[in-house]
Design a protein around this ligand. Structure first.
Ligand code: GUN
Ligand code: FE
Length: 425
């Protein structure tokens, strides 16, 4: 049984969307990088296998950051004084333009890769910039961390200003094809994802061409959807034949299907027919509550989407979001859902802690397969959390300890991290 690992500690995981499971002094058995099961007493067959004992530490599934922008790491926590479209022009596009400089990209991506490695994230779906060389540098660095990631070389052939725009749709498609061919089989844990920035940045020809490229190579697509009222009005003007923003993506082929689902970040403002469309296509919504607060975009009804059976995870959305901390995003998701209920719609009960934890683990993890829980057959992605300084000697249940650790994550330490059974921290 050389492929068996046994990890012992205080286990907490999501059993379903609104139910946490917990096991004190539990054994997590891993075979070939996958969870075999959780046990309070070690079954006979595993006697003799050495146990890695983390004592009183919490052991929880790793989290998936379903949407973030690596080249915006240098503007995080700055310039939150504008709404989306102005913020992009004033701060974001000038910063991303700097990634034509390989030395700058090297330094900033080193920092990004290191910070994401030591946080609560085990998987991530990431935007790079339109620069192929810098995007490949980022992919190399992420591969070296041991995290599992999907990374997109960003496409934009209009409205990025003169320093951040591709020559035309044909050149953009040619360059993207080359990048896909170079990277699709290069890594074990890092893969390319086709990335039209959003409709305002991409011509119809580019949007359609990118969907065809994704289909040809069997790749996924990521983009942004219904983040801000001004943005939504602009898309109505740009694609007048579509019934709305979501329908515009559908017409371009960007929503893909259940076997190759796309990720759409934000979805703050969706009409009922748009919710249905996303559900039918199996699209994953990346809920980014911190970003939506910083740019005054609004509050996405994440609880409503989750309970309607849509695929939904949580994203940090650097640099509109200020940090790579997933637990901070969980707290913001909870607080935002309280305010949505109070200020906007009494019919949408606030998210529970269990639902929010589920979105961050299984919700986003499902984009990668069976990921985000300790149920048999799931990939063994886990975090060992030292919450002793948040406990302050109190005697709490394991689920209470988890809740406290998420709210007080600044007092907790990620002591170890495993991805697919491999210890990377
Ligand atoms: N929509 C298009 N590009 C971006 C971006 O970089 N950040 C956010 N928050 N929204 C976008
Ligand atoms: Fe974003």
């Amino acid at each position: 049984m050389s492929n068996v690992q046994i990890i012992k500690g205080q286990l907490v995981w999501s059993e379903s969307a609104n139910k946490l499971a917990a096991l004190e002094n539990g054994y997590l058995v891993i075979e070939d990088g996958k969870v075999k099961g959780t046990f309070s007493k070690l079954p006979e067959e595993y006697k003799g296998v050495s146990v890695t004992d983390f004592g009183n530490k919490l052991i929880i599934p790793g989290m998936t950051d379903l949407h973030t922008h690596a080249p915006q790491y240098g503007i995080r926590g700055l310039g939150m004084d504008a709404e989306l479209m102005d913020w992009l022009k004033k701060y974001t596009f000038p910063e991303e333009a700097k990634f034509s400089n390989e030395e700058y990209a090297d330094g900033m991506y080193d920092l990004f890769a290191s910070d994401i490695l030591y946080g609560w994230t085990t998987r991530a779906v990431i935007f790079a910039s339109l620069h192929t060389k810098a995007t490949e540098m980022l992919m190399d660095k992420l591969e070296a961390t041991g995290l599992v990631t999907m990374v997109g070389r960003v496409n934009m052939d209009r409205d990025g200003g003169e320093d951040l725009v591709e020559e035309d749709a044909k050149t953009a498609l040619k360059d993207t094809r080359k990048w896909i061919e170079e990277t699709k089989d290069r890594y074990k844990r890092t893969s390319p994802v086709v990335t039209p920035r959003f409709i305002p940045s991409c011509s119809d020809e580019l949007m359609e061409g990118l969907s065809k490229l994704a289909e040809e190579f069997g790749l996924r697509i990521q983009s942004h959807l219904c983040e801000n009222p001004g943005e939504i009005a602009l898309v109505r003007e740009l694609v007048p034949a579509a019934a709305g923003y979501t329908d515009a993506y559908r017409r371009f082929g960007s929503l893909q299907n259940e076997t190759h689902p796309s990720v759409m970040a934000h979805c703050v403002y969706l009409q009922d027919d748009e919710v249905e469309m996303l559900k039918e296509k199996g699209t994953f919504i990346a809920h980014c509550p911190g970003s939506n607060l910083n740019l005054a975009s609004g509050i996405a009804p994440a609880a409503k989407y989750l309970r309607a059976g849509l695929n939904i995870g949580i994203g940090t959305d650097i640099g509109a979001g200020e940090s790579l901390s997933m637990p901070s995003q969980l707290v913001l998701a909870l607080q935002s859902s309280n305010m949505y209920w109070r200020m906007k719609d009494k019919g949408v009960k606030p998210l529970s802690f269990a639902e929010t934890f589920y979105m961050a683990t299984v919700g986003g993890g499902s984009y990668f397969g069976k990921v985000g829980s300790f149920i048999n057959g799931f990939d063994a992605d886990l975090l060992v959390i030292d919450d002793s300084s948040a406990l302050a000697g109190q005697c709490l249940s394991l689920t209470e300890r988890l809740e406290r650790a998420v709210y007080l994550s600044e007092r907790c330490l990620v002591e170890a991290k495993y991805v697919m059974g491999r210890k990377i921290v």
